[in-house]
Design a protein. Structure first.
Lengths: 364, 139
């Protein structure tokens, strides 16, 4: 694989790369995480002026929004955009492209080996800067920081799939010892042919990432078996989802739930008098808003096989429901029926949109 | 009070299974009076949510029936339906629902006898399982 080595830390190296792309006009804009120097506030920023690039922190372990959501419309604007995405954001974007919610054509997707992101409450409390040195140390040793999102701890796909450009950040690179940039597409090779740094060819040294992979696999086991225990049967479900206040925040921030009018917010769930009469006649009391559990069950059947486990949903839940863990766990089993892996390949079709004539003989 | 009778929602496609039910009727075939029928244009129209909602609303079981694979009036609706049910099945099991409460079948317009058999079977299966309690707390 073609590669470029820049004699700088990964975070400085990637900023050089973005500057090169924007200043040479290879792209019209750059999308990446940013920290405002005066307030310390984090956001996802779209930058068109080179002078604003210095505010960007593209590799920071922060995800204020799953970038694939905002990238949808941008990717259809006809402008060339370099988008720095976490591996799960890239996979989510691929899932959105399959749903005709965006296009890869005008994008330079830049991703990196990912050590996981901090939950949003730590970000909102302004703690990222202070936590960063320790995070970087732990991650470069191939270990799991204790304060990242639950589903990040359990994420096995922290090496990006199919990014045009991949930066080695977690696991492989030793901080300060140079930054490896891998070019996976002709588009990337062409755009970066004149980028400073040592051009050559290299393969990602996956042995050094194996330690992290093993640790993540162990965490995944742990998380999933605790969810299975907590979630099984009606009592388990009530236990987990009984606190749900029905705000639908989890589906708003979900990169896979793209429907402009969600079924659960449509007239189908506009409760009317007969509904109340029927339920009250049977049960004598009714929890309001109704159907919070059905909302989750419905979402599980609609999209769980495409869940990339980014963890946005758990982070925004006002009552602390481990939504992402439940969806990752169920998603893994619904996707495995079809040997599907969300975001693996843009030509791989969404499992419920295709079929084989001979399959599932046990169903009818 | 008489013995408990299962209440089963039967979601039948207009072109095959509903006609099969009709044939069972006009041929005076016997089957248990346990089903309540909803006629739909195609089994592909069934959102798994319908099934969950029915169970939650107090049905003891759900039968979804469409045309035989290859015979769909809309060419492929039933194939897609089958994929959606394949997703729903493990979810229902994950939440502890007995697999036999939700059944799928393919019944053509000419198979009145098969319709009677399918209904008899699901009724017996559900009678054995007893009233559904998993998704709805009855008070
Ligand atoms: S889920 Fe995986 S790819 Fe996404 S932020 Fe967490 S560790 Fe990174
Ligand atoms: S964010 Fe939490 S409270 Fe809101 S709908 Fe989702 S699970 Fe329920």
């Amino acid at each position: 694989m073609s590669s470029i080595t820049i004699e700088k830390s990964a975070s400085k190296g990637i900023n050089d790369l973005l500057r090169h792309l924007l200043s040479t006009g290879k792209v019209d804009a750059v999308l990446a995480m940013r920290m405002m120097p005066d307030t310390g506030a984090w956001d996802l920023a779209l930058v068109t002026d080179v002078k604003n690039l210095k505010e960007l922190k593209p590799l920071a372990p922060v995800m204020t929004v799953n970038a694939s959501q905002v990238l949808s419309n941008l990717s259809l604007s006809g402008k060339k955009i370099a988008a720095v995405l976490k591996p799960c954001e890239l996979r989510a974007f691929v899932e959105r492209v399959k749903r005709e919610q965006g296009s890869l054509e005008n994008l330079f997707t830049i991703s990196h080996t990912c050590g996981g992101v901090f939950p949003l409450d730590l970000v909102a409390e302004g703690k990222v800067d202070r936590l960063l040195p320790k995070y970087e140390k732990v991650v470069s040793a191939g270990e799991i920081p204790s304060n990242i999102r639950d589903t990040c701890k359990a994420c096995e796909h922290f090496i990006p799939m199919n990014a045009d450009i991949m930066v080695s950040a977690a696991g492989e690179c030793k901080p300060g010892e140079g930054c490896m940039i891998y070019l996976n597409s002709d588009k990337a090779r062409e755009a970066l042919s004149e980028c400073t740094g040592e051009h050559g060819s290299a393969v990602l040294d996956s042995t050094s990432l194996e330690k992290l992979a093993t640790a993540r696999a162990r965490e995944r086991e742990k998380l999933f078996s605790s969810i299975e225990k907590d979630c099984s049967g009606l009592d388990g479900l009530v236990n987990i989802f009984g606190k749900c206040v029905g705000c639908h925040g989890c589906s708003r921030v979900c990169p896979i739930c793209y429907c402009t009018l969600c079924d659960f917010e449509s007239i189908n769930f506009d409760y009317n008098l007969p509904y109340f009469e029927e339920h009250l006649a049977r049960k004598g009391a009714l929890r309001l808003p109704p159907d919070t559990m059905l909302f989750h069950m419905g979402r599980l059947t609609h999209m769980s096989f495409s869940c990339v486990g980014c963890g946005m949903c758990s982070d925004v839940c006002p009552v602390g429901i481990p939504v992402a863990a439940v969806f990752s766990r169920t998603g893994e089993s619904t996707a495995s029926i079809f040997d599907y892996l969300p975001g693996r390949d843009v030509t791989e079709e969404i499992p419920v949109m295709i079929f084989k004539e001979e399959e599932f003989p046990e169903l009818g | 009070m008489s013995e408990w009778q299962p209440r089963i929602l039967a979601i039948l496609c207009n072109w095959c299974s509903y006609a099969g039910a009709d044939l069972a009727g006009v041929s005076r075939m016997q089957y248990p009076p346990s089903i309540r029928v909803v006629r739909i244009p195609c089994s592909g129209r069934v959102d798994p949510l319908f099934i969950m909602k029915s169970l939650q609303s107090g049905f003891d079981g759900v039968l979804v029936s469409g045309c035989h694979p290859g015979d769909c009036h809309y060419i492929s609706g039933n194939y897609v339906a089958r994929r959606k049910f394949a997703v729903l099945k493990p979810l229902l099991e994950f939440i502890g629902l007995e697999p036999n409460r939700v059944q799928f079948s393919w019944i053509s317009a000419g198979e009145g006898d098969r319709f009677a058999k399918v209904v008899t079977k699901i009724t017996e299966d559900i009678r054995e399982l007893g009233p559904a309690t998993r998704l709805v707390k009855k008070t």
